[in-house]
Design a protein around this ligand. Structure first.
Ligand SMILES: [Cu+2]
Length: 296
């Protein structure tokens, strides 16, 4: 028979394995790894801050859960009816009451301060990036379309419009790779550049939401209204997101595919896509192959 110490050791090994999964170093793309349960690897400064903030919070929450559990166990064992034939008549304990009010308040205020500063930073790059220069940023407008796809417009770069449909085969079946995430033409942004992302939806359509977890982005796309957030991609590659507002029959089939390329590549793409969109797409594929080849 297994001793308690054996079980404890096995349990702690499991916890260590779980922690190793959480700390898996970055992969080429922002897709989830097998068995990944934590946030995606950060690809923007804000996502990195959110990850860094969340780790100590998880530990704090874990400690509080254990503490409350221990208190409950103590009360159940030490103060049950069997152990106390004559019930205590205690009704108040001022010290304990003050403590269980003040301590949680201090903990919550301690969490709220960095929390609010992150919330504000989501809408103001100057709060998260020291050398932020608005003149070097670009604007991309993401439009959630009623026919279940996204369009991207680049008002700073000669009125580019990209219609981004999910990939299907000749029979109309979903054929993309990764499954349900590949699009006919992705959103393209330059690396190390602040992108102001404006989200809206077809004026006669429904509400969608633009979500890109690796960049800490989630923004409602509402008909007749513009919402704005920013991100800065810190590494090149292909990143995926999905519509995150239940919008209708095609909700699961309007993926967001984002190619982060070098600034020179972005300049080249943004010229070419105006005249020859399919050549521009081919260029993106070539660049991605080159990037992956260079990683090996
Ligand atoms: Cu949608």
């Amino acid at each position: 028979m297994k001793t308690f110490a054996d079980r404890l050791r096995r349990a702690s090994l499991k916890v260590a394995a779980f922690a190793a999964i959480l700390g898996t170093p970055g992969v080429a793309n922002a897709q989830a790894d097998d068995w990944e349960v934590y946030f995606p690897q950060a690809a923007s400064p804000l996502m990195q801050q959110i990850r860094d903030f969340n780790y100590p919070l998880q530990i704090l929450i874990g400690l509080i859960v254990l503490f409350v559990l221990a208190l409950l166990a103590w009360v159940i064992i030490r103060y049950n009816a069997k152990a106390n034939p004559v019930p205590s008549r205690t009704t108040h304990n001022t010290v304990v009451e003050v403590l269980w009010t003040v301590v949680p308040v201090l903990i919550l205020v301690g969490i709220a301060i960095p929390s609010f500063s992150l919330l504000f930073a989501q809408y103001d790059p100057a709060r998260a990036i020291e050398d932020y220069n608005p003149d070097e940023s670009i604007t991309v407008k993401a439009i959630g379309r009623a026919g279940w796809y996204w369009s991207y417009e680049y008002p700073d770069n000669g009125n580019i419009t990209v219609d981004s449909f999910i990939v299907r085969d000749a029979d109309g079946n979903y054929a993309g790779e990764p499954r349900l995430l590949e699009t006919t033409a992705p959103m393209v942004v330059p690396v190390d550049t602040v992108v102001h992302l404006q989200a809206t939806a077809d004026p006669t359509g429904v509400i969608h939401a633009f979500a890109m977890p690796a960049m800490a982005m989630k923004l409602d796309a509402v008909p007749g209204r513009i919402n704005e957030m920013w991100f800065r991609a810190d590494r090149q590659g292909i990143f995926y997101g999905q519509c995150s507002e239940l919008c209708g029959a095609g909700h699961a089939f309007m993926p967001i595919e984002m190619h982060v390329v070098s600034q020179d590549q972005f300049a080249e793409w943004s010229e070419l896509v105006l005249t020859d969109p399919s050549a521009a797409n081919g260029l993106l594929d070539t660049w991605e192959e080159e990037r992956l080849a260079a990683l090996d």
